[in-house]
Design a protein. Structure first.
Length: 209
């Protein structure tokens, strides 16, 4: 059976339908991208890192606070008051080191001594001034100052403020360092136990000029 030819009207209708139809598969030609699915990304533009989530948009009217940063806490340091003997032992040695070693070991015999134990602070200060100045004037070098270790106050001697134990033991090194005795004293150290131990001080005087 011979194929029927299309009429002019049928051919015109078919061409209009073909022009209005969309292709089912995009073009495979890279030089002709398919623009129906949106703009083609620029290959030169930096791409976003994979796995990075976009930052959330700020909520209007809501306050934001910075994220706290980890920090190290300072170590708690407790300073305990050291004894007078320990503080004096840390001071640099100014006298001859061999004599200093012999003195602290109790092998040097003091040339004079004074006992301030039982005196008031005012009495002890006056007596120490006269004793040290007289010993230096006589050319003595090593003298012994006895202060006593001090006693703790009993329950019948309660005071509104804490009272330091052994007031003279703490005051005598200060007096020996201050004027007018400071220029006369070369060294002050806690005595050896053979000469009173923590209840006495070796005082090594400067040479008289």
């Amino acid at each position: 059976m011979p194929r029927r030819r299309l009429t002019e009207d049928e051919r015109d209708l078919w061409q209009r339908v073909a022009r209005s139809a969309n292709r089912l598969h995009p073009s495979s030609d890279p030089a002709k991208p398919d623009l129906r699915d949106g703009p083609v990304p620029d290959p030169r533009a930096p791409s976003a890192p994979q796995g990075a989530a976009p930052a959330p948009a700020p909520v209007p009217g809501r306050m934001t606070f910075p994220k706290p940063q980890p920090h190290s806490h300072p170590k708690t340091r407790v300073d305990l008051a050291e004894s007078v003997g320990d503080r004096l032992a840390r001071e640099p040695v100014r006298m001859d080191r061999n004599l200093h070693r012999s003195m602290t070991r109790g092998k040097l015999e003091p040339e004079a001594r004074i006992d301030l134990h039982g005196m008031t602070v005012a009495q002890a200060h006056t007596a120490l001034l006269g004793f040290v100045m007289s010993a230096h004037a006589r050319g003595l070098r090593l003298v012994l100052v006895i202060t006593g270790k001090g006693r703790k106050a009993g329950p019948d001697h309660a005071a509104p403020m804490p009272v330091r134990q052994g007031v003279l033991k703490h005051e005598v090194p200060q007096w020996l360092r201050a004027a007018p005795l400071g220029p006369l004293v070369l060294e002050t150290r806690e005595a050896h136990r053979s000469h009173g131990g923590t209840g006495a001080y070796y005082v090594y005087l400067r040479r008289r000029r």
